[in-house]
Design a protein around this ligand. Structure first.
Ligand SMILES: Nc1nc2c(ncn2[C@@H]2O[C@H](COP(=O)(O)OP(=O)(O)OP(=O)(O)O)[C@@H](O)[C@H]2O)c(=O)[nH]1
Ligand SMILES: [Mg+2]
Length: 391
């Protein structure tokens, strides 16, 4: 990635960023591309932009089809429940079998390859919450380059809150796992955080620029980084730099919309002969990177811990609210990210609550006494009961 794009290209990129309408954005990207000098140093960048444009074109086409009233497939399945999980895997690994085992969905199971051709959602209940699981059409080598329905499956993965990567223990699971990871990576979807990493989170206008450096800058200092970001009109963003990063890698992060998804590996078909050795290979390969659930969807064995594993991996907490005048708390919990505070809960309940907030009372097993009177910054944990008092 070049660090010396001409100023007019940088300015155009800022325009691309600011444009929301997909069609106008596409035009803008085209213009940006024409301003990028064509040499070896810009090859990767041009490739990335072209790929993004291809995906956008498809999305526009899809929308058009829907508008025309023909029964075109929906681009995204609307989210339901505590989290949306995309179920990924090669053909025949047992994705439909899992969906049929743990959710209410009706989906065709078959030994014929490529049976599922559209994403199929189902609801899985775990304790007092529900996960929405989406079976996706099979991934294969070349999916990220647009082969078959690859882009649709990867778009579903990108839109989901978490991933379940399914492999078949009757065949080489490491090979399958690596193939899936490779296609995800090509689509800029990561399942584990790399050591050196730059994350750019764009903020609303006026928020200012904040650079958080946890690691080390290799060939530049903070002033260079700030200058680079500002030259792309990135004036309102949080930029986190961890591990060792070069200025080029930081520029990379501005363009690449890499996303990180929590993931679980599902090793299916534990009932087949020879599965133990394959499972050992898989465990040795995956190591501590991701949790592995080994089960047989057909024999319905080993599925009992799936909900708990998903819940732990997603890093979410359940919080119950209570009205000051009521004795009982709500049956249905609010789902928040781990580390969320009373503030996050309040703004989730009602945009108004933020201004009118006075204090909160929290009931929790971990507290020495309950209820405890707390303020906005109090960090909530799973199972907390909260009563919000307004001014
Ligand atoms: N032995 C065994 N076979 C299984 C298991 N789970 C699924 N199968 C079989 O594997 C074949 C494929 O299952 P599906 O659930 O249709 O696989 P899929 O991943 O949805 O496949 P596509 O939709 O084609 O991508 C079927 O013949 C299933 O009966 C299992 O736990 N053990
Ligand atoms: Mg299927």
């Amino acid at each position: 990635m070049p660090t010396n794009l001409p100023p007019d290209a940088r300015k155009k990129w800022a325009e691309v960023e600011a444009t929301k309408n997909p069609k106008e954005k596409l035009v803008c990207m085209e213009e940006f591309l024409s301003l990028v000098p064509k040499h070896k140093g810009t090859l990767k960048l041009r490739g990335q932009i072209k790929k993004q444009m291809a995906v956008m074109r498809r999305e526009i086409e899809e929308k058009k089809r829907k508008k025309a009233g023909r029964r075109g497939p929906k681009l995204f399945i609307e989210k339901e429940g505590a989290a949306q999980i995309a179920l990924l895997g090669m053909t025949g690994v047992g994705k439909s079998s899992l969906l049929a085992s743990v959710t209410n969905a009706k989906t065709e199971i078959s030994s014929n390859p490529y049976t599922t051709k559209e994403p199929v959602p189902g609801i899985m209940t775990y304790e007092d919450i529900q996960f929405q699981m989406i079976e996706t059409p099979a991934l294969m080598e070349g999916s990220a380059d647009g082969r078959a329905w690859g882009l649709k499956t990867l778009a579903t993965a990108r839109n989901a809150d978490g991933l379940m990567i399914m492999v078949d223990l009757s065949q080489d699971p490491v090979k399958q796992f690596s193939l899936i990871l490779n296609e995800l990576e090509k689509a800029r979807i990561l399942v584990s955080k790399p050591r050196g990493r730059v994350e750019v989170e764009r903020k609303f206008m006026g928020a200012g620029l904040r650079i958080i450096l946890v690691g080390k800058l290799v060939d530049c200092d903070m002033r260079d980084v700030e200058e680079l970001l500002k030259s792309y009109r990135l004036n309102d963003a949080v930029v986190k730099i961890s591990g060792e990063s070069t200025l080029e890698e930081i520029e990379d992060a501005i363009f690449e919309s890499t996303t990180y998804k929590p993931a679980v590996v599902f090793a299916n078909k534990t009932d087949v002969e020879g599965q133990e050795l394959n499972l050992e290979h898989l465990k040795a390969h995956v190591r501590e990177r991701l949790p592995i659930v080994a089960a047989s969807c057909e024999k319905k064995l080993g599925l009992e811990n799936l909900g708990q594993t998903l819940f732990n991996t997603l890093d979410i907490v359940r919080v119950y609210t209570k009205e000051p005048s009521h004795r009982e708390h709500s049956k249905r919990p609010f789902i928040l990210k781990k580390g969320a505070t009373i503030y996050d809960l309040a703004k989730d309940i009602h945009s108004d609550f933020r201004e009118r907030f006075s204090f909160a009372k929290v009931w929790s097993k971990r507290l020495t006494f309950s209820p405890q009177k707390v303020g906005f910054t109090f960090v909530l944990v799973d199972g907390d009961i909260v009563e919000i008092h307004l001014k």
